[in-house]
Structures are given as structure tokens and as C-alpha cells.
Design a protein around this ligand. Structure first.
Ligand code: ATP
Ligand code: MG
Length: 242
């Protein structure tokens, strides 16, 4: 698999074309950002931990019938994936109220949300990722009603699978963000990454944070320990590559 030109360099990953038109190489860098990129630090090996954790989660989802971009992980920080035309929506699923939800609405931090909340934000840093609804999505021409329904259904199915997957490792999946895209045949696949960068993960016993929230709170020296804890808990010994 030969890496060709860079087609997209985001805040934490670089996407390259390959000699196969339908596949990309996604390099997970060690950058960590918060506040739409306002704060940025380098965290040693963070890219590798996120790529390995994401790959494990994509494999688990595939085993449970959810189609993802994942093809291979040739190096700990390098994922080969199906090339997708990304849909600019961050699909967020919340099982427990915290973060922006409790800042914006009269709901107490820690409230269990059953059924879970599915929220869609416009993925656009310039507009600060405003929340969407079905009519806004259709007015902007981002997705059809049928596609919105598919995204909602997929996000809830992912939630069921991952809530159980993390619970088996003593971790509560509090909330998470995913991105979807279309492959060359127009199928909607799960893309991007699922890692402690975009999930809130709490230890089931202590409720300690095991995700990027530590960085948002300025606890930079605890971040990598938390990511490694997630890695060590969810990865079977014979699948460990770091
Ligand atoms: N399978 C894929 N095919 C093509 N692009 C993808 C794929 N998976 C993820 N991407 C895109 O790769 C880009 C880089 O990821 P990264 O998370 O670093 O970017 P970001 O900072 O979140 O986003 P952006 O730079 O687009 O605002 C993102 O735009 C993401 O949507
Ligand atoms: Mg991103």
C-alpha cells in the first residue's frame, strides 16, 4: 500500500491518497487540541493509542454488523480505510447528561438519559459546530430525511454495542461523537475514529475520567495515563501492538 498525496490535514489526523482510488491512509498524529483548536499540545504516542483503540472498536462494530471504514492497521498509528465523502455532521449520543448539555439546558450533571439523546452538530469550526435539527440539515442540503434516519439508527446501534463492550472492561460510555461518510457506491459507513478524544469514558467504580476531558480541564499530565488505561482494559493481551 503506497502512500500518495496528502488530501486532508485536520487537527489530529492526516489523510493520504493511496495507489488504490477507493482507499486512504489515515495517520494519527500526537497532537491534542481543545476549544476548536485554540489550545494545542503534543502528547507522546497519543496518535498510536487512538489508532489502535479505534481499530479495535471498528472491528468489534463490524463483528456486530455495523459497516465501518476500517481495512487494516499496518502500523500502530496508521490506519488503512475506505475513502469516504464525509457528511459534515458530528453525531453525538449521550447516555449521561454532562458537559455542554448541562451548561445549555436545565438538566443536572450526571442524570441518566434513557432513552439516550441523539444530537447532530454541524462539523464546521468556523461556525463553532452549531447544533442542527432535521429542517436545518435539509435546508443546508447536508443530508436527506432518509439519510438522517440512517445516521440516527446507526448511532443508536453503535451505542448499544459499545455500551456493553466498555462495560465489560469496567468503563461507562457516558457519551460519544461519530462521523459518517459515503463510499464510492453511496453506502453510508462509519468513518473517522472512535477514541478517548471523542468519547467520555468513566471508570465504572470510581467514576474517574479516562478521556480528553482531562486535557480540557488542564490535567495534561494525566491524559496519556488515562488513554493507556483504556487501551490496557479493552485490548486482549494477544492483540496488543504498543
Ligand atoms: N475514511 C475517510 N475518508 C476521507 N476522509 C476522512 C475519513 N475519515 C475521516 N476523514 C476526515 O479526515 C479529516 C482529518 O481528521 P481530523 O480529526 O484530524 O480533522 P478535524 O480537525 O476533526 O476536522 P477538519 O479539519 O475537517 O475540521 C476530517 O475532516 C475527517 O472528517
Ligand atoms: Mg476530528
Amino acid at each position: 500500500m503506497n502512500k500518495k498525496e496528502l488530501i486532508n490535514s485536520g487537527k489530529v489526523k492526516s489523510v493520504f491518497n493511496t495507489d488504490n482510488d477507493d482507499e486512504v491512509i489515515i495517520e494519527f498524529r500526537d497532537d491534542m487540541t481543545a476549544g476548536d483548536g485554540a489550545r494545542k499540545e503534543i502528547m507522546a504516542n497519543k496518535g498510536a493509542y487512538n489508532a489502535v483503540i479505534s481499530s479495535k472498536i471498528f472491528r468489534v462494530l463490524e463483528e456486530n454488523g455495523v459497516a465501518t471504514q476500517f481495512i487494516d492497521l499496518p502500523e500502530p498509528n496508521v490506519m488503512v480505510a475506505k475513502k469516504l465523502e464525509m457528511i459534515p455532521i458530528e453525531v453525538i449520543v449521550r447516555n449521561i447528561a454532562t458537559g455542554s448539555l448541562v451548561r445549555k439546558y436545565p438538566i443536572e450533571d450526571g442524570t441518566k438519559l434513557n432513552p439516550p439523546i441523539v444530537q447532530m452538530d454541524f462539523k464546521d469550526d468556523e461556525y463553532h459546530d452549531p447544533m442542527l435539527n432535521d429542517s436545518i440539515i435539509k435546508a443546508l442540503g447536508i443530508a436527506t430525511q432518509e439519510e438522517i434516519d440512517i445516521l440516527t439508527e446507526k448511532a443508536l446501534r453503535i451505542n448499544e454495542i459499545l455500551t456493553k463492550f466498555f462495560a465489560d472492561s469496567g468503563i461507562i460510555l457516558v457519551d460519544y461523537k461519530v462521523e459518517f461518510g459515503k463510499d464510492k457506491d453511496g453506502n453510508i459507513l462509519l468513518g473517522d475514529e472512535i477514541s478517548p478524544d471523542g468519547c467520555r469514558l468513566w471508570d465504572s467504580e470510581t467514576l474517574d475520567m479516562l478521556d480528553k476531558e482531562l486535557f480540557r480541564k488542564g490535567k495534561d499530565d494525566e491524559v496519556m495515563t488515562a488513554y493507556m488505561e483504556v487501551y490496557n482494559r479493552i485490548m486482549p493481551e494477544d492483540e496488543k501492538v504498543i
